[in-house]
Design a binder for this molecule. Structure first.
Ligand code: HEC
Length: 419
């Protein structure tokens, strides 16, 4: 069964449009989310790239300044070692901006710089493919979703002082990181020594993405709501309102019989429908007038006739009973209309009793129609009536109906002696 059978057209239109808009909305939001995510990740790559090159530049700058100023490094000036300084500056900036930067290596000097599983994998990729300049992914850090970015460091001549032959390395380095535990020696120029690793927690990015998506959703839902509202008003004014009016006008005709036209407000299809309805009303009005007139004429004719006139259907059901018939039989119209004609025939008149059955009439139609019959009728009080009867048949909508014209020939009646 159709669950929307009793729902109004307007509601149906709004439901269908809402369903279409909602599915479109869902799809658009999904695309929007993807776009924002892509955009935010693109931005994060940009940011991470900037952070790591800043760290590299800081290291180069400090190293340069140390050489120009001929500054000797020592345990006390540990924080001035270019790699250490750039890593610490990077870490300070990162703290402000809620992300992390580390300088990691799988052959580390300081165990704090040991890579985690993700960093180890990417370092391997950098070694396999020397043209790879960066690598990033949305993955996990300490079990939390995070955006991660790595940029490789390659060994230059200046690095060899502390990462080349351990025999020539500064003593304070060897004192701080005993040679037997230090894996960061014996590098060659051009070799990959480690990487800058940037970690941006995803909650931050997700929050940003969802804020942007909600913003978009808010504006577009405003537009869609306005759209549905406009469509609803338009449908109401242009379609369902006039259709309701038309329905009410038709019901009004059926119930009250009054013909009322509807004002036509537009020239569109609905306007044409209303124009057609109004033309039909004119036509019906005219027809009804004609019908009423001819009915009046017919009634005057039958009611003033000097003969009794009774019309009945093939099954004997009486449909017309004029005033003279009322006088002859002693029944009023209301008593006999709809009843069987057989109650007007006297018990003695056996042949005609069967008249109430359609078959009899059809079978004997020829014989019955051609001549005037003399039959015995039955008055309301049961008295017999001597009647002269002529029968005619007519056909309306494929159904036969019979009209009997009767004259009372009973002794004492007004027609007794007339021949
Ligand atoms: C003056 C000595 C010195 C020089 C020159 C030097 N490094 Fe280092 N490097 C160190 C020390 C000390 C550490 C340990 C830092 C720490 O405690 O985090 C280190 C650590 C590193 C790390 C982190 C992994 C680890 O082994 O702990 C990387 C990567 C690195 N250096 C790359 C380089 C590169 C590339 C250059 C050349 C551009 C370079 N270093 C030049 C002293 C030096």
């Amino acid at each position: 069964m159709n669950p929307f059978r009793n729902t109004s057209l307007l509601i149906k239109i709004i439901l269908v449009v809402t369903a279409i808009v909602l599915s479109f909305f869902g799809f658009a939001t999904f695309i929007d989310y993807r776009l924002h995510r892509e955009f935010i990740i693109g931005e994060s790559v940009e940011k991470a790239r900037l952070i790591s090159s800043e760290a590299i530049r800081a290291r180069e700058y400090i190293s340069n300044q140390l050489q120009v100023g001929k500054i000797q490094l020592s345990e006390d000036r540990y924080g001035l070692i270019p790699v250490v300084a750039s890593a610490r500056i990077g870490a300070l900036v990162a703290e402000d901006l809620d992300y992390m930067i580390r300088q990691v290596s799988d052959r580390y000097r300081n165990p704090e710089n040991a890579p985690d599983a993700f960093e180890t994998r990417i370092l391997g990729e950098f070694r396999e493919n020397p043209y790879l300049r960066e690598q990033f992914a949305v993955t996990k850090f300490n079990g939390e979703p995070a955006f991660r970015y790595l940029q490789p460091f390659t060994v230059e001549a200046s690095c060899l002082e502390c990462h080349g032959d351990p025999a020539t390395a500064p003593d304070y380095i060897k004192r701080l990181f005993p040679e037997e535990y230090d894996q960061a020696y014996n590098y060659q120029i051009g070799e990959i020594i480690g990487a800058a690793s940037v970690i941006i927690p995803m909650d931050n990015l997700y929050r940003q993405i969802s804020r942007n998506v909600w913003n978009d959703l808010f504006y577009s839902s405003g537009v869609f709501l306005a759209l549905i509202l406009c469509l609803g008003i338009l449908s109401r004014v242009a379609v369902t309102g006039p259709l309701d009016q038309l329905g009410a006008a038709i019901r009004n005709i059926v119930h009250s019989g009054r013909y009322e036209k509807i004002p036509r407000k537009s020239r569109d299809e609905i306007g044409k429908l209303i124009m057609g309805f109004n033309e039909m009303i004119d036509h019906l009005q005219e027809k009804t007038q004609h019908l009423e007139e001819s009915e009046r004429r017919f009634r005057t004719l039958t009611e003033t006739a000097r003969d009794g006139i009774i019309s009945f259907l093939a099954n004997g059901q009486i449909i017309l009973f004029n005033r003279q018939a009322e006088r002859i039989f002693g029944y009023s119209k209301t008593e006999v209309i709809g009843e069987s004609v057989s109650r007007l025939i006297h018990e003695d008149c056996t042949s005609l009793q069967e008249i109430a059955t359609g078959e009899y009439l059809e079978k004997h139609q020829e014989r019955l129609l051609r001549k005037i019959h003399r039959i015995t009728g039955r008055r309301r009080d049961g008295e017999p009536l001597f009647l002269e009867l002529s029968l005619s048949v007519a056909d309306s909508d494929g159904h036969f109906f019979y009209t009997a014209i009767l004259r009372d020939r009973s002794p004492g009646s007004e027609n007794e002696s007339v021949e």
